[in-house]
Design a binder for this molecule. Structure first.
Ligand code: G3H
Ligand code: 13P
Ligand code: NA
Ligand code: ZN
Length: 308
């Protein structure tokens, strides 16, 4: 069935591994991810952004995820990614989501607390868990662009006060990651000392790492080889994701890597087969590319294989 992340996070924290939270927008993406999780016997979070709901329409995504649960027999968390106000969180809770994120990170501390508390109260009364965010990531989030100089890393003392006062179930933190395919200009660097401080102050709160795609060079190269133009793309090194998973990060958010895998496969197929125009002929390899990428991530980076 659809489940909350409560038990998954407890086991992940104890086991020193993390659970992938993958952004979904259509059937092939969902199928590729779920096939990988099933073969790996891995816990799984599927997350839906406001943009995804707008693209596919809420009911299609929900029914596709329900189909995935029924077809795979897996327990899956259905999570709202970056809910920006109480209303969208309420809508998703009423709609059967088992987890929602209220992203009040753009507001001052007290306003973020008040908004998060309001969502926590509504969600908990209905058996739904809540993720909040404190600190600002650099990069692009829907329409909101946070430039590198406006990014603020999470303050550990504030994190402790935030969790205490809101009763939130998990907390997204800013330690140097950012959304999208261009995460670092020079050497990749994350503030692990800060992560350790936060984890020590709130040891019972699962931490969430947004902007955690590794931007696999293999897919960037394929995109560029087959007509794309995405130079200088760089993600979080796999070793850093592994390290974060041992330091209290229980949920690792991944969207960019899915986009790159899918696009690389489609570009290659169409360039090599210019006479092809049956969408199934390019969406099937795209789905396989997603499956293989997610399987690699689960097995070799997140460490969540055989954890059911
Ligand atoms: O954090 C943002 C996710 O990558 C979702 O992106 O809002 O374009 O669906 P989106
Ligand atoms: P990436 O852009 O690194 O995939 O991050 C996705 C994310 O944080 C979704 O909330
Ligand atoms: Na999220
Ligand atoms: Zn995010």
């Amino acid at each position: 069935p659809l489940v909350t992340s409560t038990e998954m996070f407890k086991k992940a924290a104890a086991g020193g591994y993390a659970i992938g939270a993958f952004n979904v927008n259509n059937m092939e993406i969902i199928q590729g991810i779920v096939e990988a999780a099933k073969e790996e016997k891995s816990p799984l979070i599927l997350q839906v952004s406001a943009g995804a709901r707008k693209y596919a329409s809420p009911i299609y995504l929900r029914k596709l995820v329900e189909a995935a649960v029924e077809d795979s027999g897996l327990d899956i968390v259905l999570h709202l990614d970056h809910g920006e106000d109480f209303e969208i969180c309420k809508m998703c809770i009423d709609d059967g989501f088992t987890s929602v994120m209220i992203d009040g990170s753009k507001y001052p501390f007290e306003e973020n607390i008040a908004l998060t508390k309001q969502v926590v109260e509504y969600a908990h009364a209905r058996g739904v868990v809540v993720e909040a965010e404190l600190g600002k990531l650099a990069g692009i989030e829907d329409d909101v662009k946070v430039s590198e100089k406006d990014a603020t890393f999470t303050d550990p003392d504030q994190a402790a006060e935030f969790v205490e006062r809101t009763g939130v179930d998990s907390l997204a933190i800013a330690i140097g990651t950012s959304h999208g395919a261009y995460k670092f200009k020079g050497e990749p660097r994350l503030d692990f000392a800060r992560l350790e401080k936060i984890a020590n102050l709130i040891p019972n709160t699962p931490l969430v790492l947004h902007g955690a795609s590794t931007v696999l060079p293999e897919f960037v190269e394929l995109c560029n080889k087959y007509g794309g133009d995405i130079p200088g793309a760089q993600g979080v090194p796999e070793s850093m994701i592994r390290q974060a998973a041992t330091l209290g990060v229980c949920k690792v958010n991944i969207d960019t890597d899915l986009r790159l895998a899918m696009t690389a496969a489609i570009r290659k197929l169409l360039v090599e087969n210019p006479k092809e125009f049956d969408p199934r002929k390019y969406l099937a390899p795209a789905r396989t590319a997603i499956k293989d990428m997610v399987q690699h991530k689960i097995r070799n980076v997140l460490g969540s294989s055989n954890r059911l």
